[in-house]
Ligand binder design. Structure first.
Ligand code: ARG
Length: 459
């Protein structure tokens, strides 16, 4: 089969080598973007009198027909035509004859592929941003229900101080807020048009790059043609923002996995998001959360492989760059799917409030409160820390908790203790009193929810 670029060649290609070099098995994903870019390009060629109106009309009609077929999944791509760009050019000439070959005037596959990927990633970034918002909404809904639900808070995975369950969930709201704004910010650099940079050096045709940029909704054009065709920073930024999203999801996934274990039993995941075991009938496994934790690795991997791919490349386009696509597609699919699943898990989880409540009464996470109590009555904090440490030890020896210790023992440790310590030591009081800005106190949590809602309404 003769190649679209076959003029200079004396030997015909071999199928097995073609198969190795082709990107069509994966870059067919870009079919709509490729046609969108071509439609803008041909419109510009007409506006700049590079093509006649007749030629333009015929190419436009042909491209639209191909787009229709693409949407119905009726196109039969061929490996011999290498990639999405050449496949479409071949469909076009089959459809409208040799005039189809004029579409490629003043353009190269190098600026074409870069344009396709900008269009693709802009759309996907926006979709992922809206998935993030939905997950933030899911968090807000659960948070609102659980302002006064108290769970043990941990440091070093040791019981530290009790916190509002809403406060714990909201921590992830703010992580997602940063993820959202990171993607939003990346769009300002992504939304620039490489189209018209040609193979690397620009073109002799009197094209209007600003016009195609406008038609395609770009905010501007790459100022340097070499940069335009060799830049993949926009994919790296997307992958890096995605890696952070996955890291956040993976941390929450880990908490969900722990919380739904028999040991914690803080939450129960809805059946939709769990699976059973083929051998152990009692099992309900948090598979989706585990998968999200696991998939984080491939998103990091995709970032690393693209960074590595680019690091030694001289300007401008090199075929190595064809390897940028699969990781990009995979990252998009993985991140989008993971956020969507997570929102569903949050919406449907059952929160075992009684278990949480019981657990907060079965530890020493109110000990700081007792030290603060003494300090507020004038004892230096260091000394108070020591006194309370000894009381904790006494409780451990007696196999009881601080709320069970008689006032007599407290008085013996320090005369500053009064009956009101029993109120102070209640987990709900402990949480409520942490009313400093951004703290877990109920008033603060309510404020945080209001602020979160306000952020959401501004999007
Ligand atoms: N399939 C190629 C890619 O994905 C398109 C650009 C090809 N350009 C070239 N000069 N061979 O990178």
């Amino acid at each position: 089969m003769t190649k679209l670029w076959g003029g200079r060649f004396t030997k015909s290609a071999e199928e097995w080598v073609d198969a190795f070099g082709a990107s069509i098995p994966f870059d067919k994903e870009l079919v709509e973007e490729d046609i969108e870019g071509s439609l803008a390009h041909v419109k510009m060629l007409a506006a700049c009198d590079i093509l006649s109106q007749d030629e333009t009309d015929s190419i436009t009609k042909g491209l639209k027909k191909i787009l229709e077929k693409a949407k119905k999944d009726e196109l039969e791509y061929s490996i011999q035509n290498e990639d999405i760009h050449l496949n479409i050019e071949k469909f076009l000439t089959d459809e409208i004859g040799p005039v189809g070959g004029k579409l490629h005037t003043g353009r190269s596959r190098n600026d074409q592929v870069a344009t396709d990927m900008h269009l693709y990633l802009r759309k996907q970034t926006e979709e992922i941003m809206s998935e993030i918002q939905k997950m933030q909404d899911s968090i807000l809904v659960q948070a609102e229900k659980h302002i006064e639900t108290i769970i043990p808070g941990y440091t070093h995975l040791q019981r530290a101080q009790p916190v509002s369950f809403a406060h714990h969930l909201l921590a992830y709201f703010w992580m997602l807020e940063r993820d959202y704004t990171r993607l939003e910010d990346s769009l300002t650099r992504l939304n620039i048009s490489p189209l018209g940079a040609g193979a690397l050096a620009g073109t002799t045709f009197p094209i209007d790059r600003h016009y195609t940029a406008d038609l395609l909704g770009f905010d501007g054009i790459y100022e340097n043609s070499l940069d335009a065709v060799s830049d993949r920073d926009f994919i790296l930024e997307f992958m890096s923002a995605s890696s952070m999203i996955m890291m956040h999801l993976s941390r929450l996934a880990e908490e969900f996995i722990m919380w739904s274990s028999q040991e914690f039993n803080f939450i129960e995941l809805d059946d939709t998001f769990a699976t059973g075991s083929s051998i152990m009938p009692q099992k309900k496994n948090p598979d989706m959360a585990e998968l999200i934790r696991g998939k984080t690795g491939r998103v990091y991997g995709n970032l690393m492989s693209l960074l590595t791919l680019l690091k030694g490349l001289p300007l401008a386009y090199n075929k190595d760059m064809q390897e940028d696509k699969e990781g990009m597609f995979d990252t998009v699919t993985t991140v989008k799917g993971s956020i969507r699943i997570f929102a569903g898990m949050i919406d449907t989880m059952r929160v075992n409030e009684e278990v949480m409540e019981k657990e907060t009464h079965s530890d020493f996470s109110n000990a700081t409160e007792l030290a603060d109590y003494l300090a507020s009555k004038g004892m230096p904090f260091r000394e108070a820390h020591e006194v309370v440490g000894k009381l904790v030890l006494l409780c451990i020896q007696k196999n009881i908790f601080l709320l069970d210790l008689p006032l007599k023992d407290y008085k013996e440790a320090s005369e500053l203790f009064e009956q009101d310590i029993y109120e102070v030591l209640k987990p709900a009081t402990v949480v409520k009193r942490r009313n400093s800005a951004g703290g877990t106190g109920f008033e603060q949590v309510k404020k945080a929810i209001a602020l979160g809602k306000e952020k959401m309404s501004r999007k």
